[in-house]
Design a binder for this molecule. Structure first.
Ligand code: ADP
Ligand code: MG
Length: 247
């Protein structure tokens, strides 16, 4: 892989909850169009790391730079506007709205490239919905209420809602938990495709899935980086086997 610019630079990042350091002096660099997977035992600090990057949790020390801009003190909604998207473990979709409406409400309001020509904006939104629906395998479900979707399809819909905002960095916390084998396959393809033109950070436990998608793997343990590199390198690392893969 040729060297790409760094999109996300996390340096000496620490968060302390009543003296307990859930993330402890962590450095992490993610390149443009990279698909990074973060693994590690329960309680390693994986979810907290994403919380810190998206602004849900405030850092106690260290810095988070996104496209060379300091984010560490920026509120969550501003980070979204800068291009950071985050998917939580439980899908947050509007169950009573249709798939189409869920995607439609996720289109960023402030983008007035078409000025006041509403019909043109509508056409642009419609086109984007169609593109994304195809990507998330829901083209034939656009008029169905979201509550009728399977668990896996709901996860895809939420990914689609995030893609409506075209984030440059998309973070997903255990996106295939509870999915069937075929849903996992399709999700692997989906994540690979969306990382063609954005950076993606995925937290995942399913090692077959990780192997399929990861460009590079970061192993967290007790809030610190235990190992980092290719899947092969990380899998062969005795420290990683001891604290995580051996169990
Ligand atoms: P992982 O996602 O790797 O399983 P988490 O990031 O959820 O781990 O949690 C890391 C550690 O931080 C855990 O010990 C957890 O209990 C603790 N933790 C997370 N959030 C908070 C919080 N808001 N207050 C106190 N402790 C927390
Ligand atoms: Mg977690």
């Amino acid at each position: 892989m040729s060297a790409q610019p760094i999109v996300l630079a996390v340096e000496n990042l620490t968060v302390s909850f009543d003296g307990f350091k859930a993330v402890n002096d962590l450095n992490l660099y993610v390149e443009k169009n990279e698909l990074r997977v973060v693994i590690g035992p329960n309680g390693a600090g994986k979810t907290t790391l994403l919380d810190l990057i998206c602004g849900r949790t405030r850092a106690s020390a260290g810095s988070i730079k996104f496209k060379d801009q300091e984010m560490t003190k920026m509120p969550e909604h501003q980070r979204v506007r800068k291009g950071i998207g985050r998917k939580f473990q439980n899908p947050s979709i509007y169950e009573s709205l249709t798939v189409f409406e869920n995607l439609e409400v996720s289109y960023p309001r402030g983008r007035t490239v078409f000025g006041s020509l509403f019909f043109k904006r509508d056409a642009a939104v419609r086109q984007r919905i169609d593109e994304i629906a195809a990507l998330i395998h829901l083209s034939d479900r656009l008029e169905d209420q979201a509550e009728l979707l399977s668990h896996g399809q709901k996860q895809w819909l939420e990914i689609g809602m995030l893609l409506m905002q075209d984030p440059e960095l998309l973070m997903l916390d255990e996106p295939v938990a509870g999915m069937s084998v075929s849903e996992r396959e399709k999700t692997a393809e989906l994540l690979t495709r969306i990382s063609d033109n954005r950076s993606v950070i995925v937290i995942e436990h399913d090692m077959d899935f990780v192997k399929r998608i990861a460009h590079k793997v970061t192993v967290l343990h007790q809030g610190k980086m235990l190992a980092e590199g290719s899947m092969e390198k990380v899998q062969a690392d005795p420290k990683v086997i001891e604290v995580y893969l051996g169990h």
